[in-house]
Design a protein. Structure first.
Length: 114
C-alpha cells in the first residue's frame, strides 16, 4: 500500500502552508505597525496606547482579510478567463488540424486517382 500523498494532496498542503505563512507575516507586520503607531502618543497611558494598538491591529487585519478575499476572487476570474481562452485556442487548433488532414487526404486521393 502506498503511504505517500498524491501530488494533488501535496500541492494543496503547500498552498495551505503558504496561506498560513502569509497570514502569520500579516499578523506580525500589523502588530509591529500597531506598536509603532501607538508609540506616537507618549502622553497617553500604557493602557490607552495598548487600546490604540489593539484597534489599529484589528483594523489592519480586517483590511488584510478584505484585500486577500479580493485578490482570491480576482485570481479566480482571471483563471477562468485564461481557461476559456485556452479552450478556444485548442478548438481552433483542432479545427485547423482537421482541415489540414482532410485537405491532404483529398489531395492524396486526387493524386492517386490521376
Amino acid at each position: 500500500m502506498n503511504d505517500f500523498p498524491s501530488s494533488g494532496e501535496v500541492t494543496q498542503g503547500l498552498h495551505q502552508m503558504e496561506g498560513f505563512l502569509y497570514w502569520k507575516a500579516e499578523e506580525t507586520g500589523a502588530r509591529r505597525e500597531a506598536a509603532a503607531f501607538s508609540e506616537e502618543f507618549p502622553w497617553l497611558s500604557n493602557a490607552e496606547r495598548h487600546e490604540i494598538a489593539e484597534r489599529y491591529f484589528r483594523m489592519r487585519m480586517e483590511l488584510a482579510a478584505t484585500t486577500t478575499r479580493h485578490i482570491a476572487k480576482r485570481h479566480m476570474e482571471i483563471r477562468a478567463d485564461f481557461e476559456d481562452a485556452l479552450q478556444r485556442i485548442r478548438r481552433r487548433a483542432a479545427c485547423g488540424l482537421t482541415t489540414m488532414i482532410f485537405s491532404l487526404s483529398l489531395l492524396l486521393t486526387l493524386l492517386l486517382l490521376t
